[in-house]
Design a protein around this ligand. Sequence first.
Ligand SMILES: [Mg+2]
Length: 445
Amino acid sequence: MSTNARSAVSKPRVERPKAQSACLLIGCVRAFPSREVRRTARPLCEHMFVRDEATILHADLDAFYASVEQRDDPRLRARPVIVGGGVVLAASYEAKAYGIRTAMGGRQARHLCPQAIVVEPRMSAYSAASKAVFEVFDDTTPLVEGLSIDEAFLDVGGLGRVSGTPFDIAVRLRRKVLERVGLPITVGVARTKFLAKVASGVAKPDGLLVVPPDRELAFLHPLPVERLWGVGAVTAEKLRDRGITTVGEVAELSQAALVSMLGRASGRHLHALAHNRDPRPVLVGRRRGSVGAQRALGLRRRSSEEIDASLVTLVDRVTRRMRAAGRVGRTVTLRLRFDDFSRATRSHTLARATAQTETILATARELLSTATPMIERQGLTLVGVAVANLDRHGAVQLTLPFDRHDASALDAALDEVRERFGTAAVTRAVLLGRDPGLTVPLLPD
Ligand SMILES: [Mg+2]
């Protein structure tokens, strides 16, 4: 499909996004209006737990899946590329210029940009690229906290004498990722994690943006409220209804006012972020909070058998990864997304932590059956399974040793067969003859 789609396209008109390939460095006073400059002249004394230098990097690959496709097929370069036919999994910046966004329906995307080239996702290529990029991160600093398959926080504080300033380090990191992996990566540098992430968001694509400590609020306050972490469409609309469109306008409100507007958790969270209060350090080697996988189902209505088959595939994959990483977990979460892009989650916490496929599948099926009326009403476009409340295997008490039916022996045997002969070597009866479909890796374990 992809080959035909590619050759059928002739000379697409592409509006190249500005700042492509440009190294963007903001941090000089002239980048901001003078009113903003005066505002930061007030003493900042809220950052007791935070470094006084901008040493946190947020590194984020640009349009990750689409960039891998453009890297591997020169015909796709500088063209609008969509990864995933049913639902858009990723769009190149050339496609984004037409308004195409991740999670958009394929039909709508093709309507916006009929000349876009649609390619099938190649998850193994993305996993390999992610691994190579994380190797560059690990070579840069021992303090790396992965956020997802294509982004991480790096703390480069204390590397000054060896590696230069955080700016020098960020320049080198971007060059190395391009040389070794062939992908563009954007880096934001700031004193807090939150601000580093905002900076990389503003600098995209293929950019570098440093926010010096004395320029933080001047940088942050003119930005639209959507740039704040945790502000989605609903919160943004609530704020916009009250005439609040910028982060600076949020910062002018008291915490009490924000809490009454948005609720306690959201109000406090936004109040802190609008003042750039984020004391969280970069956590190295933090064990993942959950292991999960999800699968886009496309917009066609799926039968309950098809949905169940997807669930089986996902649980199989998640539990295999848990066993490979020596983890067990107690909380099983089912994530659902519907035709109208609304989402729902259902979760259940087991009495004991486990990595057994059978137990987790039974729990996930139970959760799915409680959501059936909703699925029938709203049409399912994505299903995901995650296991959280993780612990190391062996840290928990084993279940009774004389369980008559020991499923872990079966799991171990299947894992070994798949390890030696490939994932397709053994399959479940319910999956025979079905398209193995697409599962999306979330983070290397
Ligand atoms: Mg990214």
